[in-house]
Design a protein around this ligand. Structure first.
Ligand SMILES: [Zn+2]
Length: 320
């Protein structure tokens, strides 16, 4: 008999558990990629709780990792108020707080528990997906962002939620993050919260002073950010591979090595040189290559273990 679907492997300790959020099992979602880039032939059954099961129904995506992220985003939205409890209070503050009236006392009793449950569900990482013992490839959490103990599916997602939670205008927060860099999210939020002021001019002035401050800091730590001298690597010795559905062209990787570029910042600094070099072929090629190299370097920065153990060109990066 031929099966008309595939079932993901469920380790013993996870049976009766939702793969998305860790709540008790209700029913399996039958996942079929749409658009179907990877030529999936059979639906894959993924265990769900009642809530995630109903969320999955209306989501059409090309991969299970994207489905998971979309489910998490909807859980974030649905439990936004609960998650904000942890932003507005600490457990101790809540306990010490003198609430008066029945409704408020009720809030005090249950608030922290609601926060912890919501946090547990959005942070829940599931278990590694495999079918008949074969791990499913290209499964990535590389874009996930952690802030204050809560996981967000991407920087964009974190910014949307945190801007709301801290009552910071989102475009302003985005602007600040662009200046300070995504790895300094906490700093960006602190800065945005204390400076967003009353008028557009005041905001522009804050951003300008932040830029000046960072430029000063960068000047002091220049040796850290200057690319190393670079090495010439023969094209044949560079592996071309696919990362997040994008080809990492060997010629573009070779350019990184030649110019000693190992970080996103260094790539950004040499953007003009990059486009001048590859733009000779065509603007489109240059853009495609640049985009690929951004994905490549971002992956290396976000997932250092991947860089060390799985990057096929790690040996060359290690020489820089
Ligand atoms: Zn669930």
């Amino acid at each position: 008999m031929t099966l008309s679907y595939q079932v993901i492997d469920v380790p013993f300790e996870y049976r009766h558990t939702c793969w998305f959020c860790g709540e008790p099992y209700y029913e399996s979602h039958s996942f079929m990629a749409s658009p179907n880039y990877d030529q999936q032939t059979l639906p894959i059954l993924v265990p769900c709780c009642q809530e995630c099961f109903s969320l999955c129904k209306s989501i059409k995506v090309s991969g299970l990792d994207i489905l998971r992220d979309k489910v998490k985003e909807q859980l974030h939205r649905k439990y936004e108020k609960h998650l904000q409890i942890g932003i507005n209070w600490t457990k101790e503050e809540l306990e010490d707080c003198e609430f008066e009236g029945k409704a408020l006392e009720g809030f005090k009793e249950s608030a922290w528990a609601m926060y912890e449950i919501a946090k547990g569900r959005v942070n829940y990482a599931g278990w590694p997906l495999a079918i008949d013992g074969q791990p499913m490839a290209s499964f990535s959490s590389a874009f996930h962002v952690q802030f204050d103990g809560v996981t967000y599916t991407s920087l964009q997602h974190a910014v949307e939620q945190l801007a709301k939670a801290y009552a910071i205008p989102q475009p302003y927060l985005e602007e600040v993050i662009e200046v300070v860099g995504r790895e300094k999210l906490a700093y960006a939020i602190r800065f945005a919260k204390t400076t967003y002021g009353y008028s557009a001019q005041e905001r522009m002035a804050s951003i300008a002073s932040l830029r000046a401050l960072l430029a000063e800091e960068q000047a002091l730590s220049m040796p850290m950010t200057t690319p190393s001298s670079g090495i010439d690597v023969p094209l044949a010795d560079i592996r071309e591979f696919i990362l997040h559905r994008t080809v990492m062209p060997a010629v573009a990787t070779q350019w990184l090595f030649k110019h000693g570029v190992t970080t996103l910042q260094q790539l950004a600094d040499q953007e003009d040189a990059f486009f001048a070099h590859f733009g000779q072929d065509s603007e489109f090629t240059a853009f495609t290559y640049f985009n690929a190299m951004q994905i490549y370097l971002e992956q290396r920065e976000l997932d250092m273990q991947w860089a060390k153990e799985h990057d096929p060109n790690q040996a060359w990066f290690a020489k820089l």
